[in-house]
Write a protein that binds this ligand. Structure first.
Ligand SMILES: NC(=O)c1ccc[n+]([C@@H]2O[C@H](COP(=O)([O-])OP(=O)(O)OC[C@H]3O[C@@H](n4cnc5c(N)ncnc54)[C@H](OP(=O)(O)O)[C@@H]3O)[C@@H](O)[C@H]2O)c1
Length: 332
């Protein structure tokens, strides 16, 4: 059956301006890193994209290597776009990235001009698109001159293959340098993407302060610490969960008794706020207006609707913040 998006989709989403650019993004965006690959249920993938779009999520985040197999998420997403969203491309912000290992040989990785120019063409081909909205350098390449990577980003925009440039996972010093280089080329970095959650301040305060001063958007990835910041691990590891899938970044060894104790205490605070733990974790990131969007992942449509309800309560009392900081000293 042909999909018709909900007529109410723009009624309740409080879009945020991406830094001081013209771009508005939903405070919650959907990432396709996991659950959109070749081994995943295609009907569930379709349902998740439709559910997200129906509640005002206009931003979908991909990368060349998302799968498995690498590239599969872009291919599957491209088919969903073609079948269901052909008339809605101008309502969507689609981002992709290049910089992690993607194809064999010396050019399928890192940040050379050769790699980036080939990767954007491959991504567009897989997604059956003429352009993406945001193209990211996925990580800093210490062996390629930064000016080469930035020039490639500039040229990709000039060629109309991307509308905006983004940077992800750069150390502070190199991030500053990208801003200097891009400014010289009259291109700006519209958004920075870094790992950031209550449990994980990989995106350091220094980054956030710098981006805030530069009036550049911030996109927080893995805002639920891959699902840890939810109630799903409070009573064991469910059969269908990322920790059960033995991914290298989250597996059974992560769920120690101490972690469960900490999550249970956080869950109690969330309950007092009439939120689930996942909702509180999202609200905690969005209480700072400098966070333009949190990039959630999902394995079911229901998780997406649950997570978006976080937007009903983004304020925290001093007491709540103190209680959270007492449990996670880095959560400032
Ligand atoms: N730039 C980068 O280097 C980079 C790196 C990583 C990710 N990202 C981006 O960030 C996106 C999100 O990353 P992520 O998937 O790690 O984010 P996340 O939101 O921290 O974790 C998502 C996982 O948490 C679980 N979950 C979500 N909502 C839930 C709920 N309400 N209740 C219980 N469990 C819930 C689901 O896992 P279950 O399978 O357990 O249900 C879901 O797949 C990616 O898709 C990608 O676009 C970027």
């Amino acid at each position: 059956m042909t999909y018709t998006p909900a007529a109410t989709r723009y009624d309740n989403m409080p879009y945020r301006r991406c830094g001081n650019s013209g771009l508005l993004l939903p405070p919650i965006s959907l990432g396709l890193w996991q659950n959109f690959g070749s081994n995943d249920d295609p009907n569930n993938a379709i349902k998740m994209i439709q559910t997200a779009f129906d509640i005002g999520i206009t931003h979908f985040d991909l990368a060349n290597n998302y799968g498995p197999t690498p590239g599969a998420a872009e291919t599957n997403f491209g088919n969903i776009l073609k079948n269901d969203f052909a008339n809605h491309r101008d309502e969507m912000i689609i981002s992709t990235k290049a910089g992690y290992t993607m194809w064999d040989g010396p050019y399928g990785d890192w940040g050379s001009r050769k790699s980036l120019m080939a990767s954007i063409d491959q991504s567009l081909h897989r997604m059956q698109l003429d352009y993406v909205d945001i193209f990211y350098s996925h990580r800093y390449d210490p062996n390629t001159p930064l000016v080469e990577t930035m020039t490639a980003l500039h040229d990709i925009v000039q060629q109309g293959k991307a509308l905006y440039v983004g940077i992800s996972n750069y150390p502070m010093e190199q991030l500053k340098e990208t801003f200097t280089l891009l400014k010289r080329m009259h291109v700006r970095c519209v958004i920075y993407q870094g790992r950031y959650s209550m449990l994980d301040n990989n995106m350091e305060k220094e980054h956030i302060d710098f981006l805030g001063r530069k009036r550049t958007g911030i996109s927080a990835f893995s805002p639920l610490a891959q699902g840890l910041l939810s109630d799903k691990y409070l009573n064991g590891i469910p059969k269908t969960s990322r920790a059960r899938s033995n991914s290298i970044s989250l597996n059974a060894t992560t769920i120690t008794d101490d972690v469960v104790k900490q999550l249970t205490a956080l869950n109690d605070i969330a309950k007092q706020r009439n939120q689930t733990l996942a909702q509180m974790a999202i609200s905690w990131l969005l209480k700072d207006q400098r966070t333009t969007t949190v990039l959630v992942g999902a394995s079911t449509p229901n998780q997406i609707t649950e997570n978006v309800e976080a937007l009903n309560n983004l304020t925290f009392s001093t007491e709540e913040l103190e209680k959270i900081a007492a449990l996670i000293p880095t959560a400032k």
